[in-house]
Design a binder for this molecule. Structure first.
Ligand code: ADP
Ligand code: ADP
Ligand code: ZN
Length: 214
């Protein structure tokens, strides 16, 4: 099964992708995570991406397609993938369609997580993750069961993304409306779009997603 999780920053794509990955054994592919890994390694690509990410601007299409292309084909030939944060522009969607078609592969669903913009600022500015295992949390909506201790691995080290501040979030939301929303219409024309209510509680969104993917 090949899925795209679609929605603005803070919609819950990463949170839900990790749950689907566990439930269905298909691989989460987050272009944001890939770019942050490149930046941490200090590669040429990573350095270029880092400056844009800090400003809340999109990274060029050719660079993104280059880093995600081979991996998504590899996963599609196994059990499938969940794309999280890609495609983010119409040219990226067209590149993805072409990559898959050339291998005789296709998307099964593009799931749009529908949310209110204003709520996304609070979601993003309250977001943090476990520094050891990457489990996702929120200051208000998803606190660890024991304060300061990761539910999954017991680590007491957490981190926050430097781009998860209010000014950058607003820039990212603007980029979403200008450049990413048209991707939904691209897939509506292909009859692939399914919608879920992303303002519901996290478990409820998971249940809606499971109903869509079957
Ligand atoms: P995205 O990957 O779409 O940017 P995340 O999955 O990282 O979004 O979620 C953003 C933040 O909001 C995280 O801190 C997460 O714990 C929290 N969150 C995710 N889904 C919900 C929800 N349905 N209700 C409340 N908070 C949520
Ligand atoms: P979020 O889901 O919270 O917006 P991501 O981790 O998906 O965050 O993306 C963080 C940043 O990485 C984006 O603001 C953008 O600069 C860059 N990025 C990630 N994926 C893409 C993509 N498909 N196209 C262009 N830029 C991307
Ligand atoms: Zn952990």
């Amino acid at each position: 099964m090949n899925l795209v999780l679609f929605g603005p920053p803070g919609a819950g794509k990463g949170t839900q992708a990790k749950r689907l990955e566990e439930a269905y054994g298909i691989k989460q592919l987050s272009t944001g995570d890939m770019l942050r890994a490149e930046a941490a390694e200090g590669t040429a690509v990573g350095q270029r991406a880092d400056a844009l990410m800090k400003e809340g601007k999109l990274v060029p299409d050719d660079l993104i397609v280059e880093i995600v292309g081979d991996r998504l084909i590899r996963e599609a030939k196994r059990k499938g993938f969940i794309l999280d944060g890609f495609p983010r522009t119409v040219p990226q969607a067209e590149a993805l369609d072409g990559l898959l078609a050339r291998k005789g592969l296709a998307l099964d669903h593009v799931v749009s997580i529908e949310v209110d913009d204003e709520a996304m600022v609070e979601r993003i500015t309250g977001r943090f993750t476990c520094a050891r295992c990457g489990a996702g949390y929120h200051d208000t909506f998803q606190r660890p069961k024991v304060d300061g201790v990761c539910d999954v691995c017991g680590s007491t080290e957490f981190k926050r993304r430097s781009d998860d501040n209010e000014a950058t979030v607003r820039q990212r939301l603007a980029a979403y409306h200008d450049e990413t929303e048209p991707v939904l219409r691209h897939y509506e024309h292909q009859g692939l779009v399914r919608k879920v209510d992303g303002m519901a509680a996290i478990d409820d969104v998971t249940a809606q997603l499971e109903a869509v993917v079957g």
